[in-house]
Design a protein around this ligand. Sequence first.
Ligand SMILES: Cc1cc2nc3c(=O)[nH]c(=O)nc-3n(C[C@H](O)[C@H](O)[C@H](O)COP(=O)(O)OP(=O)(O)OC[C@H]3O[C@@H](n4cnc5c(N)ncnc54)[C@H](O)[C@@H]3O)c2cc1C
Length: 468
Amino acid sequence: MIQKSFNHLDQAILEKLKAICGEGRVLSYGSNLEKYSRDESNQESAEPDVVVFPEEASEVSRILKLANKTGIPVTPRGTGTGVTGGAVPCLGGIVMAMERMNKILDIDVDNLMAVVEAGVITDDLKRKVEEKGLFYPPDPSSMDMCTIGGNLAECAGGAMAVKYGVTKDYVCGLEVVYPDGTCEKLGGKIVKNVAGYDLIQLLIGSEGTLGVITQVTLKLIPKPKYSATLLVAFNSTDTSACVVSEILKQKIVPAAMELLDERCICAVEKYLNCTFPYSKAKVLVLIRLMEHHESVISNMIQDIKKVCKRFQPQYIKEAFSSKEEDVLWKVRRSVRPALKALSPDKISEDIIVPRREISRAIKAIEALAKKHQMEIFCYGHAGDGNLHVQVLRIKEDEDTWREKTPNVIEDIFRIAIDLGGTITAEHGIGLTKRSYLPMALGKKTLEIMKNIKEAFDPNGILNPGKIF
Ligand SMILES: Cc1cc2nc3c(=O)[nH]c(=O)nc-3n(C[C@H](O)[C@H](O)[C@H](O)COP(=O)(O)OP(=O)(O)OC[C@H]3O[C@@H](n4cnc5c(N)ncnc54)[C@H](O)[C@@H]3O)c2cc1C
């Protein structure tokens, strides 16, 4: 539990918050605030003094005006699925829970746009637009729990980033409440916009430190009608990067290319109590294709199989129906729970390297695991070069493990940077990575970023303690 430095939320402020939101939408002393003290990083926690549940931008605005005037920290929160402590109210104060601003306001088929409130659950939006034959591609694995606002704040990605990009590629407009309470709209249902600096893109990935996003206008695309999956297992780690690069070099762009190392495959087998036909493989690559024409998919599958066969796969299996695809993807879906079952003490990093360097990164991490005698597992989005490196406590006692992990994490980040990558691809800096940010950015760049924060939030009330 982090020691709070803020400690002056008095009754008068509480009454003002109740006047803004109504009694039923303010949780304070004596209520169960535990849920709002942590996120899925499970590394840091701190209880807020109060949690407010605004239902309109005007309420967000009045709360921020009050907080700005009285110097109370405000931590915006979606559903707390973040994995870097971004929604943890580390200085106490107000948690602004956006979960009640969950209306899908408009699905505009003529303009291929959706307008949603920030607290909409990502998967709810995806399903609603798919009912209209449209597609909102960003697909974080947490999409059935996380919010669009949280996705913007972290610039969430997902498996389909290879072909379709990440959250920032779909945002055309937003409504933001700045820390002083001013509410303004940026962009809209427009696909081009160069009026001034691109503050939309600056707010995306800003981790709730520059403004509270209340409404978002998202670009939609036609939903591809056909999909297929290819699962390929190899006996050598080296082949994974070669296969991924070779597929792209052949100008084949799958929707997703995911990877599991041999330790993850074993963990899933143990978790599911089964033996896969590719049980002893060094690396597993899952490739998903999504297209508008069936013939295109069949041709792509043939071409990808040709590429894979050059690298002598140990096992190869294709699936064309959604039911069959689901069976193949079960191994990928099960990695996270499988690792959690191995050990509740787990640090999850999401480094990114150029796609070509994935095998080198995995091998360097294997060597690192040996050097530090740590249990490290790798899986992730091979098509983007984004690896989720998991450091688990299996054999060591807790104190030794906690003592060793900061050095191991620094070494993992060093591997990513030395290979031309960076320390986070989609999970953000939050609290857990802030001490490592100077490894990834130059001094001047960091200074400019801090000045940007100062320009948006001179009193430092919005999500203080995050990123820097
Ligand atoms: C099982 C699991 C799988 C995951 N898979 C992925 C994945 O595939 N890809 C990926 O990118 N991430 C993934 N994540 C991480 C997480 O789900 C994403 O970062 C997600 O975008 C967080 O959304 P949230 O609504 O839970 O936000 P929270 O965790 O509540 O908040 C995250 C950050 O956003 C800020 N914030 C939230 N709402 C707003 C708002 N309206 N305005 C301003 N700031 C706001 C918060 O202050 C905080 O800094 C996964 C997490 C879990 C637990």
